[in-house]
Design a protein around this ligand. Structure first.
Ligand code: AMP
Length: 440
């Protein structure tokens, strides 16, 4: 099937021809007629397989010219970066159509966005928070919305977002079409969707949590932060194939700490950091520089794990294992997009093995484990977060960032511990009283 076989009009076909796309992806082919039929739709397809056009094409096909001011289509997404990306995708498809659209998100001046809304829009793309802020000003009216798209729907219905999304739905006209898309959809979220909407039709190209085959996955077992730092530096220094690398970490603190360690160790490599404490301008700049190739590495929290479409990300490195199996799929899905290949490398410590198991269970597939290269120095320094909760005083504490000379500066003789096996099993165990438990 080619795009010519879909019931598209000439302006849309021309826009697609300009992009050089010939074949609709499976989710695009299947969603088209379903969305056109007016039914509510849940679309589940793997990362990077064209979900954005899957909802945009039928929406644009059905959108008639209008001069009315209030938007008729609302697309809500979880992050600001995604707003910008979806707006760019709309721009690509509307080269030959007269459609008014805009993206609104927090962290930027609301007045400019008020003006955009005031001028009149057909399609509004928004993060839920800023959408509500604009609604509260009285300038944005949502009573003409005919279609609501919830992209990354499972994320949007998680506790962090759900109250906002529920508030949005309360102010929308009840008679509307709801379109929901994601690469992951747990049974719980699906049940929730079923309770919110009337008989949505599910299109499932691949079962929830299926990674795209062409992403080569592998993992290393590395006991702690500093060994992982060593491994990451080694890979960046020795493997020229790591051209455009996204490194994911669990927290903002870890992201900053890792940047500091990497900058100390690998001179010359340009590294950017993205997390929610960075200003919006910094976040956009890092992504632009990475796209242009000025930055080789981005260290990021899961804030950019979803939806973001950056061409040619050669490698995703999970510096830690995400606790939620779905997040793994989204993280690794930043590579191997559209027609490209990609590689995902994961660093796993002992505590993260349970996450690895949950992920493998979801994917119905084991992640091949590779042995650590011999040159990698195994650190016996543990960060505060990695030290056992019982206050194990025998653990070597990580040097403070200010005075740190790197992970592997020479220690006093008495502090040096040899690392001759699995660190977890070698750890001394303590009773609650603080007494050491003797090994048998
Ligand atoms: P998405 O999953 O919507 O983020 O899309 C992933 C990437 O695939 C984007 O760069 C799209 O522009 C691209 N894309 C979307 N549809 C097609 C298609 N039918 N053929 C080739 N590439 C596509």
């Amino acid at each position: 099937m080619t795009f010519e076989d879909l019931n598209l009009n000439t302006p849309l076909l021309n826009a697609i021809a300009d992009l050089g796309y010939i074949y609709p992806t499976p989710i695009q082919a299947e969603a088209f007629s379903m969305v056109m039929s007016g039914k509510d739709v849940i679309g589940v397809a793997q990362t990077g397989t064209g979900k954005t056009f899957a909802y945009l094409l039928p929406i644009l096909r059905q959108l008639s010219f209008s001069t009315q001011k209030n938007p008729r289509v609302l697309i809500i997404v979880p992050t600001r970066e995604l707003v910008v990306q979806v707006v760019k995708e709309i721009e690509k498809l509307t080269q030959y159509i007269n459609v008014r659209f805009a993206g609104v998100y927090g962290g930027t001046n609301i007045n400019t966005q008020k003006q955009l809304v005031y001028d009149g829009l057909d399609i509004l793309v928004a993060t839920p928070g800023r959408l509500m802020d604009l609604y509260m000003t009285g300038i944005l009216r949502l009573n003409s919305i005919q279609k609501l798209v919830i992209d990354e729907v499972d994320e949007m219905l998680k506790l962090g977002f759900r109250p906002q999304v529920e508030s949005v739905m309360e102010i929308l006209p009840p008679k509307r079409q709801n379109l929901m898309f994601s690469a992951t959809l747990t049974e719980d979220v699906e049940a929730l969707i079923m309770s919110f909407f009337y008989d949505p039709q599910k299109i499932e190209i691949a079962p929830h949590g299926t990674p795209i085959e062409k992403i080569i996955q592998k993992a290393y077992h590395a006991p702690n932060f500093f060994t992982k730092v060593n491994l990451l530096c080694h890979l960046l220094e020795t493997d020229p194939e790591l051209e455009k690398v996204l490194v994911f970490v669990a927290t903002k603190k870890l992201a900053d700490r890792l940047e500091e360690e990497l900058t100390k160790k690998i001179a010359g490599d340009l590294i950017g950091v993205i997390h929610s404490n960075k200003s919006q301008n910094q976040r956009f700049n890092v992504i632009d520089n990475f796209k242009e190739g000025t930055l080789r590495v981005i260290i990021a929290t899961d804030i950019i794990a979803r939806g973001l479409d950056i061409t040619d990300v050669s490698h995703v490195i999970n510096f830690d294992m995400p606790a939620e199996p779905g997040d793994y799929i989204h993280r690794i899905g930043r590579t191997g997009r559209a027609e490209k290949d990609g590689e995902a490398i994961t660093f796993i410590n002992d505590a993260e093995i349970e996450y690895q198991m949950a992920i493998e269970q979801m994917m119905h597939k084991a992640i091949p484990i590779v042995s650590l290269p011999e040159e990698i120095e195994i650190s016996n320094i543990y960060t505060d977060e990695e030290r056992p909760a019982l206050g194990d005083k025998n653990y070597l504490k990580a040097p403070s960032l200010k005075n740190s000379k790197g992970a592997f500066h020479k220690k006093k003789e008495k502090n040096v511990r040899t690392n001759s096996g699995s660190p977890a099993r070698k750890r001394p165990q303590y009773k609650k009283s603080g007494k050491k438990i003797k090994r048998k």
